[in-house]
Design a protein around this ligand. Structure first.
Ligand code: V55
Ligand code: FE
Length: 491
């Protein structure tokens, strides 16, 4: 390996790739104590460039998948992290260089990459029917051993998942155990086909629904109520011509209409109803509820392109102000003949992107959302932490959608928080009774910390010091010990 990392402006200083597999038995608790009722695993995944990207303006979303876990039991916590051994990682490691080109554009690959899966499995982890997956939305789920983090290969649901793509944000209805998932660009790159799959609690596909999006766009996340599925389509666009011309997969179209499709959970393709409105980006969602004729969704939404590495197709510069994601409520009225949607900004001063809920309430009536956000009233020590302007998520918020209240936990003046996951106090605990778990980057000490926060009081419960910078996280999930086979914490 001989190429300098300096080519990638997103991967220098604290953000340099880590490149190593790691294990730390019995991590160092520096504040508070690990709750003794916390028993389970916080799985996280993100991208870590094993070799530098071929193109310096590539997206960090194209980096190699790296999975890690914090295993909680008996008031202690253990850590382990490994690269996902994707076909792509193994081909690069053998060649000792980067063979793959731009994010989701195989036309830009080295000839030696031909026929090798581009799945990096770097976006989200989900456990369902006793299996654990690392997900990338351009590929099928990568199965991961929940106890060793070994890579077990792509899963096709007993041969019944016949779509090349699978969302990074499947939703599990905890009252039925059903998983609702989908693939977009389902008939190949830049196709506008969407296929929804309904997977029963034993892991078997029971039904599928195929329909067309109004145009090809990123469909990163959806929201589901007890009756409906909301599918956002917005100006992150691509085309066969764009890919053939060797560009990064996505470009932003400022003139695109934002559409919300509503599919009844028991409906067919002909039942999809589309609502239209002005330029927006809806990358993530909290949850949704059906209230009579209305389908209501809470989500962090921006007015325009949130991602500087997916440039505007009209060549105009990235607009930082319009990229701010704020918590909003969108109402879709199925009882109205009008096809427009209604939107309110619920929290104008809490910008953040990685929205979560108590996952047991996904698809059900709910009250609380959780999200890391940047609180401009909190201090940052740039003498010790460096100039991190625009890169600080200093607080976890509990957004109370019943009252509009926001309670928060501040991580410290040299820290930035990655996404939190919710861990219930017990399987029977009420909504929101449990812990928020997440990793903080400590820019002064150049290491990482694990934080555990009481999700009711929003007070810190424990802080763990890691002896190195952890590989970056996109998303994670807490899985109670009983939900996956073979949970143990031996040395
Ligand atoms: C996102 C992340 C991705 C991706 C598409 O955060 C969208 C949104 C980490 O990869 O491929
Ligand atoms: Fe996501």
């Amino acid at each position: 390996m001989s190429v300098s990392w300096i080519n990638d402006p997103t991967a220098v200083g604290y953000f340099e790739p880590t490149r190593f597999d790691a294990a730390v038995h019995d991590c160092e608790v520096i504040e508070g104590a690990i709750p003794s009722d916390l028993r389970g695993t916080f799985y996280r995944v993100g991208g870590d460039w094993f070799y530098p990207p071929k193109f310096r303006d590539d997206s960090p979303f194209n980096a190699d998948g790296y999975v890690s876990m914090f295993r909680f039991a008996d008031g202690s916590v253990d850590y382990q992290g490994r690269f996902v051994r994707t076909q792509r990682y193994l081909a690069d490691a053998k060649a000792r260089r980067q063979l793959f080109g731009y994010y989701r554009n195989a036309h830009t690959d080295d000839p030696a990459a031909k026929g090798v899966s581009r799945n990096v499995a770097n976006t989200n982890m989900v456990a369902h029917a006793g299996r654990l997956f690392a997900l990338k939305e351009d590929s099928r789920p990568m199965m991961i051993d929940p106890n060793t983090l070994a890579t077990l290969g792509e899963w096709d649901f007993h041969g019944r998942y016949q779509t090349p793509t699978f969302t990074a944000h499947p939703k599990i209805d905890h009252t039925t155990g059903e998983m609702i998932c989908f693939g977009y660009e389902a008939s190949g790159d830049a196709s506008n086909d969407i296929v929804f799959y309904f997977v029963d609690k034993s892991g078997r596909i029971s039904r599928q629904v195929r329909f067309k999006a109004p145009y090809v766009s990123m469909i990163h996340d959806i929201a589901i109520s007890d009756k409906h599925i909301i599918i956002p389509v917005y100006g992150m666009v691509t085309s066969p011509e764009r890919l053939q011309s060797g560009k990064i997969h996505w470009g932003w179209d400022r003139t695109a209409t934002t559409w919300y499709g509503v599919l009844p959970r028991d409906g067919e393709a002909s039942d999809v109803r589309w609502f239209k409105g002005p330029e927006r980006a809806i990358v993530h969602t909290f949850n949704a509820t059906t209230q009579g004729d209305k389908v209501v969704m809470e989500a962090p939404i921006s007015d325009s392109n949130p991602f500087p590495f997916f440039p505007a197709i009209d060549g105009t510069p990235f607009d930082r102000a319009a990229a701010r994601t704020l918590v909003r409520r969108v109402t879709l009225n199925l009882g109205s003949k009008d096809d427009s949607w209604r939107e309110e900004i619920l929290y104008p001063d809490a910008p953040g992107a990685l929205s979560r809920v108590d996952d047991r309430y996904l698809t059900r009536p709910y009250r609380y959302g959780y999200m890391g956000y940047s609180d401009s009233k909190r201090p940052f020590d740039s003498v010790r932490g460096g100039n991190m302007a625009g890169r600080i998520t200093n607080s976890y918020g509990r957004f109370d959608f019943a009252t509009g209240k926001l309670d928060s936990y501040f991580a410290g003046d040299v820290q930035s928080l990655q996404e939190c996951s919710f861990a219930p106090r017990s399987a029977q605990a009420a909504e929101g009774d449990g812990y928020l778990i997440g990793v903080a980057s400590n820019y002064a000490e150049r290491n990482s910390e694990l934080v555990v926060v009481d999700a009711m009081s929003m007070q810190g419960v424990a802080r763990v010091r890691m002896p190195f910078r952890l590989s970056n996280q996109i998303h994670g999930v807490f899985v109670p010990a009983a939900d996956l086979p073979g949970f143990s914490t031996g040395a």
